[in-house]
Write a protein of this length. Structure first.
Lengths: 407, 313, 292
């Protein structure tokens, strides 16, 4: 039986011509589009705060116009579950397989450090937003890594200096016993001593401890003006709840390292009433674009954004603008556009990207958590007590230990 | 005749396995993931020696893995930038640790043995946590280099994968020989019926210790390779949940088969990666799979394959 | 360090121990009877707290309502787990049951995270128990004193049940030799269900009691899990007295560790656990040559 029929030969010819044309057309393709990625904690302990950073990035891309260098901006995201080993692998996947030009976020200091090394190895950009470690803008800095919105030094120094002036000079600290806690303790102590205060004592608490009563007892024994809780998340809630239990809050004010509106909503404002903390932004801010961002966010999530979301929005926007200014997505060109750049957006008015250590600096907001009876609007959990300028709250760029090398 | 048919099956399977191993970097979502699969396959296989063949449920293997990783990393950063020297140090340290932990823990049986291994592993974890100067504490050991091996540039992920594959194949061959040797057969005898083995005159504790040390050797090798893969060592490598992960891989793959855990590692790592890109509920799915393996498919993946294809592996 | 301060810390160590005691009671009973280490015990504790939250948030905003019903619900849930899931695994080596509970832990924790989120839910102290009591050497929160009392009552209750009732003696006999009890015509599988239910009910009670003073979140049980293993090892698996004394000891070790050198507090308990396992594996009050 003859398998050939009248169709075969023309079909073969046509398909050959088609495939040749496809090959020719694709080899003459345009430059690759800009590909942006977010690597964040979406199912781990901080997911409640950071998982929405993905949306913030998407919003920033959309508000920018969705197109850059003549093509659509591409976007992917990955979950690192707050695990440093996984973050490292995902960063490799993003840079190598997904061929992204930039990674944003990466909360968790060990993860951020690992990803920043991968950024250097692959010679692509990384913007550390969620992680507070001072190492990425300090001894472990590199030309491809930028630090946005805050770091531990800023958190500690801003509310530290303010509290020493306004709340009292006798402090007690309860510290989460790992690198982040130790870092914060160092900076808080420094801020306190600059103002002539005295650290009456400190307790290191093993990570995962649920019962803080022995430490609360220690603290009460010392009779401090201020109790500084250098922990976050579950530990922050437990230590605060237990401080109330023992009546510590009657005589002592509490300062937190990190506290978000979602955290207050989750356990109720009575727990955190009259506590103090620093934020890089608050949703009542009057910075340019803030109100619109909050409106958009409310439409989507039925609640206002937290300052990590705002930081992500700002960071992505500034990156895209830098690419536009450089008229190229080549990392070296973009880096040169970012270094020393001043900008005004919803997060920082103004914000400045320091070339010495790639730290984006801006004002810090001293926030007081409102008592339940003071809350007139849903989610309006904080009152802005004061705003501190960037020069006061960030480390002198020549003293960070960062030796910004070449590319 | 039947022998011919069976060995033909075996040969086909071997060829398929080798092809899979060679092409895995291109089949997996990304090359570094393929490397991670090999590393954990090695770790799970090492673990199976203790669980599947000697019948001891250890919850302390994270210590052996982690010690291998940290030793290799520290040598590469501070002493001498040679991958081979680093790995060698790693396996020596992990084997020594295995000897120490094994010597103390094997005195006890069953759940007490498990608890002891857990206690020792947690002690190592806290030591690494505190000794920030040496290990980096919870920031992890950052900046582990991947120096070239002669002309071989290991910084290329693909080249590094084949570097790992070389050690992997070597380890599989050695473990296979161990398990099928008279020593290996004795192990299985004592797993089946300890009293009988003792009455025949075998020094059960000594045998168990030897297996534990061998397992420690290969766990440390896996750890060292992991440090090289990531260019850093996360503190979590020493935490008990890492032990838990390798237990899951071994059970899901099929314990007591050596190849089962390899399959288990492949399946779990691939699944975790793919699932986590779609949903945050991967932990739930993992848990369900694991429970299903425990309740239903006790032979693991290998058991299912065996049944379906009526093989004799 | 004044003597008053030392007394304060040591007294507080008792409270630290209370949650450990309740959790370890359940763990110990389950191990004693069924020979399995329940890796999911921490998850059941967490579930108890969430059940309490759900009851107060959606059914009846009264702490006492949750206090009574949450443990009962958890006991029922535990019994159901035993009947429908665990029973299939008894004829297998104990390894499989332990692994099953490990997988169960992962599943329960993730389901709660999916429903309630990972940040936690609010749970306040009941008004009747707010405030502090002046004990002379310190002002101590009323709620924590309540905790100690309930723990003491529960331990007493469980001990009385096991040693004075007929059902209790059947359980004790079943612990020693379950096949013999079975041969005597007693439905041993019902006993297993009852014991597992009681164990999980105790975990649930611990969860309700902990909810006001801790963050009710999906991973709240993980912190306690390993520490409870330590308590059970030190106290002796299967022993009620052991769980109580063991819980108190662990609480005091942590309290002392914190006073002397805080970083070492946690590592101390692992050292103790290893020491006991090596020197006296049956713990303080456990029976000899338990399970091989």
């Amino acid at each position: 039986m003859k398998k050939y029929n009248a169709f075969c030969r023309p079909a073969i010819v046509i398909s050959l011509i088609l495939s040749m044309s496809i090959l020719i057309v694709s080899s003459a393709k345009a430059a690759d589009p800009v590909k942006v990625s977010v690597l964040t904690d979406m199912s781990g302990p901080y997911a409640g705060i950071t998982a929405t950073n993905v949306e913030a990035a998407k919003m920033a891309i959309k508000d920018f116009g969705g197109k850059l260098l003549g093509q659509d901006i591409l976007f992917v995201y990955r979950d690192h579950q707050c695990k440093p080993g996984l973050a490292n692998q995902k960063a490799k996947e993003l840079y190598e397989k997904q061929k992204v030009d930039v990674i944003f976020d990466c909360p968790n200091s060990a993860a951020a450090l690992a990803v920043s090394k991968q950024a250097l190895i692959h010679k692509r950009l990384f913007f550390s937003i969620g992680s507070g470690t001072t190492r990425t803008s300090g001894p472990d800095c590199n030309r491809y890594t930028f630090d946005w919105a805050y770091n531990d030094y800023m958190l500690a120094t801003s509310v530290g200096l303010w509290a020493a002036d306004n709340l009292g000079k006798r402090w007690y600290t309860i510290t989460a016993d790992y690198a982040w806690g130790h870092d914060l303790l160092k900076h808080f102590k420094h801020a306190l001593e600059t103002k002539g205060g005295k650290l009456l004592g400190n307790d290191m608490v093993a990570f995962g401890t649920a019962d803080f009563s022995p430490y609360i007892i220690n603290a009460m024994n010392a009779k401090p003006d201020v109790l500084v809780l250098l922990n976050s998340g579950k530990d922050g809630v437990n230590s605060t709840k237990q401080a109330i239990e023992f009546g510590l809050k009657k005589k002592t004010k509490i300062v937190h390292a990190l506290l978000f509106i979602e955290g207050i909503k989750a356990v109720g404002p009575e727990v955190f009433a009259d506590d103090y903390v620093t934020g890089a932004w608050y949703w009542k801010s009057k910075n340019p674009g803030s109100k619109e961002f909050v409106q958009q966010w409310r439409k989507k999530f039925n609640k206002p954004p937290n300052w990590m979301n705002a930081a992500t929005y700002s960071c992505v926007t500034q990156y895209l603008k830098a690419v536009k200014r450089a008229a190229s997505k080549d990392p070296k060109a973009v880096i040169k556009e970012l270094e020393g750049h001043t900008f005004r957006d919803l997060l920082a008015n103004p914000g400045y990207i320091r070339p010495e250590d790639h730290m984006q600096v801006g004002k810090a907001y001293i926030l007081r958590a409102k008592r339940p009876e003071e809350i007139k609007e849903p989610w309006d959990y904080f009152q802005i007590m004061d705003v501190m300028p960037a020069e006061e709250v960030y480390m002198d760029p020549t003293k960070t230990g960062c030796k910004m090398g070449c590319f | 005749m039947i022998n011919d048919a069976m060995s033909k099956q075996k040969i086909i399977l071997m060829v398929l396995a080798i092809l899979l191993a060679i092409f895995l970097p291109f089949l997996a979502p990304y090359t570094a993931l393929a490397s991670e699969i090999l590393i954990f396959a090695l770790f799970a296989m090492a673990y199976d020696l203790v669980l599947g063949y000697a019948g001891m449920l250890s919850f302390g293997h994270a210590a052996l893995f982690g010690l291998g990783a940290y030793s290799t990393g520290i040598i590469l950063i501070r002493v001498y930038p040679s991958a081979l020297f680093g790995l060698l140090t790693g396996v020596i340290i992990s084997s020594l640790a295995a000897f120490l932990i094994g010597f103390l823990s094997i005195r006890r049986r069953g759940i007490y043995f498990t608890m002891l291994t857990l206690a020792f592993a947690q002690m190592f974890y806290f030591m690494a946590f505190k000794w920030t100067g040496l290990t980096g504490g919870d920031d992890g050991l950052q900046g582990v280099p991947r120096p070239s091996l002669g002309h071989l540039d290991l910084t290329s992920e693909l080249t590094f994968y084949y570097f790992i594959l070389f050690f992997f194949i070597l380890s599989v061959v050695i473990c296979f020989r161990v398990v099928n040797s008279p020593f290996g057969k004795t192990l299985q005898a004592l797993r089946e019926n300890k009293n009988r083995a003792m009455s025949i005159g075998y020094d059960v504790d000594r045998l168990k210790l030897i297996v534990f040390v061998i397992s420690g050797f290969f766990s440390g090798l896996a750890g060292g390779l992991y440090a090289l893969l990531l260019n850093f060592v996360p503190l979590g490598s020493l935490y008990w949940t890492t032990s838990g992960e390798v237990v899951v891989m071994t059970i899901v793959g099929g314990m007591g088969t050596l190849f089962g855990p390899i399959l288990g590692a492949l399946g779990i790592i691939l699944l975790k990666d793919i699932i986590s890109n779609f949903t945050e509920s991967w932990s739930f799915i993992m848990g369900v799979l694991f429970v299903a393996s425990v309740m239903g498919f006790r032979g693991g993946l290998i058991g299912i394959i065996r049944d379906k294809l009526k093989l004799d592996i | 360090m004044t003597s008053q301060f030392v007394i304060m810390q040591l007294f507080n160590g008792l409270i630290l121990g209370s949650i450990y005691v309740l959790l370890s009671l359940g763990l110990s009973i389950i191990f004693g009877m069924l020979g399995i280490i329940n890796f999911a015990h921490g998850a059941f504790y967490m579930l108890g707290a969430y059940v309490a939250y759900t009851l107060t948030a959606y059914v009846c905003p009264n702490f006492w309502f949750a206090f009574i019903f949450a443990p009962i619900i958890m006991a029922g849930f535990g019994a159901a787990c035993e009947v429908f899931l665990l029973r299939r695994l008894y004829r297998l080596p104990p390894l499989y049951i332990m692994l099953f509970t490990f997988g169960l832990m992962m599943i329960i924790q993730d389901i709660i995270r999916m429903i309630f989120g990972s940040m936690g839910v609010p749970f306040g102290t009941p008004k009747s128990l707010m405030g502090a009591v002046n004990l002379g050497f310190m002002c101590y929160p009323k709620y924590r004193l309540f905790l100690i009392i309930i723990t003491a009552l529960s331990s007493l209750g469980v001990w009385l049940f096991l040693s004075r009732t007929r059902l209790g003696s059947i359980i004790r006999a079943g612990t020693d030799n379950s096949s013999m009890v079975d041969a005597l015509g007693i439905n041993i599988s019902r006993i297993f269900t009852l014991v597992f239910g009681i164990g999980i009910g105790l975990a649930g009670l611990a969860g309700v009691l902990a909810a006001p003073i801790q963050n009710v979140s999906p991973l709240m049980g993980m912190d306690f899990l390993i520490d409870c293993f330590v308590v059970v090892v030190i106290g002796g698996m299967g022993s009620i007295a052991g769980s109580i004394i063991g819980g108190v000891i662990v609480g005091e070790i942590i309290a002392s560790g914190i006073m002397i050198w805080p970083p070492i507090a946690h590592m101390l308990i692992y050292l103790f656990m290893a020491a006991f396992l090596l020197i006296r594996p049956r713990g303080l009050f456990g029976r000899e040559a338990f399970h091989d």
